[in-house]
Ligand binder design. Structure first.
Ligand code: PMP
Length: 300
């Protein structure tokens, strides 16, 4: 009896799956889903702060653009997605966390063609998260550029947030194998594209720089929030092609992403950034971002 009681009291997780909220153990899709067979699908990673979903509309717009780019017809309206994301958070009693919204091509045949696939599977997972330990926000992250280049935009536009992350995974493996948490990815021209799951910023002589999107970076929602913050903080901002040299010689460097938020980077390719400590302006961006995240969301 006691054991049964304990089992019943175990914290369960409710997953949104095609209009239903099912237990984690029952959240299953077909092995013929092309999301699994080919990485054919799109997704978003979304953050929940103090019961508010941060920049939900921006995430849903990006999901729509990603889906449109791969000719995947979304089975739900923006409002329906919005409601489902909020309800998944509510059903899991989550006030702070991370939401993974996935839309796959759906179940099909073993061939590549999406013809005959579907309907798309819509999955929403809401969970707790801390990507990096707090000490990295205090002391900064060390990153290294890796041989694997960011995929060429004419092969697969990096702006599409697709389920096909093998390019980034290879880069991540390369960084980890040589003892680094994160990889700096270059494009075919040798310019900075982004990290495996984060956008890159530097500060040089008081100016904030980030690579343009056509360098091979995702239009990061956190990137957008930081660009908005720059004007609020009165920091001049420029989008400009950057090389590794620009990072090596910058005064400050930080990465941005939904999971990582704003995180200082204190070493690039074994060169200390600035004095090797998180810079004052970076700290300002971190603090301002945390303030903004608390107030700039949709209540669940
Ligand atoms: N680049 C890549 C490749 C990513 O996967 C992510 C995380 N989704 C980002 C950048 C940062 O984007 P965002 O701020 O929207 O999370």
């Amino acid at each position: 009896m006691g054991a049964t009681f304990v089992h019943e009291m175990e914290v369960t997780m409710k997953i949104y799956l095609n209009g239903e909220y099912v237990e984690k153990e029952d959240a299953k899709v077909s092995v013929f889903d092309h999301g699994l067979l080919y990485g054919d699908g799109v997704f978003e990673g979304i953050r929940l702060y103090d019961g508010c979903v941060f920049k939900l509309d921006e995430h849903l717009e990006r999901l729509e653009f990603s889906a449109k780019a791969i000719l995947l017809e979304l089975p739900m309206t923006r409002n329906e997605f919005s409601e489902a994301v909020c309800e998944t958070c509510r059903r899991n009693d989550l006030r702070n966390g991370y939401v993974r919204l996935v839309v796959t091509r759906g179940s099909g045949h073993l061939g590549l063609t999406p013809d005959g696939c579907g309907p798309p599977n819509v999955i929403i997972i809401a969970d707790e998260i801390q990507l990096y330990p707090e000490e990295f926000y205090e002391n900064g992250l060390k990153i290294i550029s890796v041989p694997t280049r960011r995929i060429n935009a004419s092969a697969l536009p990096p702006a599409i947030k697709s389920l096909n992350y093998l390019n980034n995974i290879l880069a991540k493996i390369e960084a980890k194998r040589v003892g680094f948490q994160e990889a700096l990815m270059l494009n075919d021209k040798g310019e900075i594209a982004e990290c495996t799951g984060d956008n890159v910023f530097i500060i040089s002589k008081g100016v904030l720089f980030t690579p343009p999107l056509d360098a091979g970076s995702l239009r990061g929602i956190t990137r957008g929030a930081v660009i908005d913050l720059a004007s609020e903080l009165g920091v001049p901002y420029r989008e400009q092609a950057l090389t590794r040299y620009d990072l090596w010689t910058s005064d400050e460097c930080f990465l941005t992403g939904t999971a990582a938020e704003v995180i200082p980077c204190v070493e690039v390719d074994h060169r200390p950034v600035g004095n090797g400590q998180p810079g004052d302006m970076t700290r300002k961006f971190i603090a301002s971002f945390r303030e903004k995240a608390k107030v700039d969301g949709i209540k669940i």
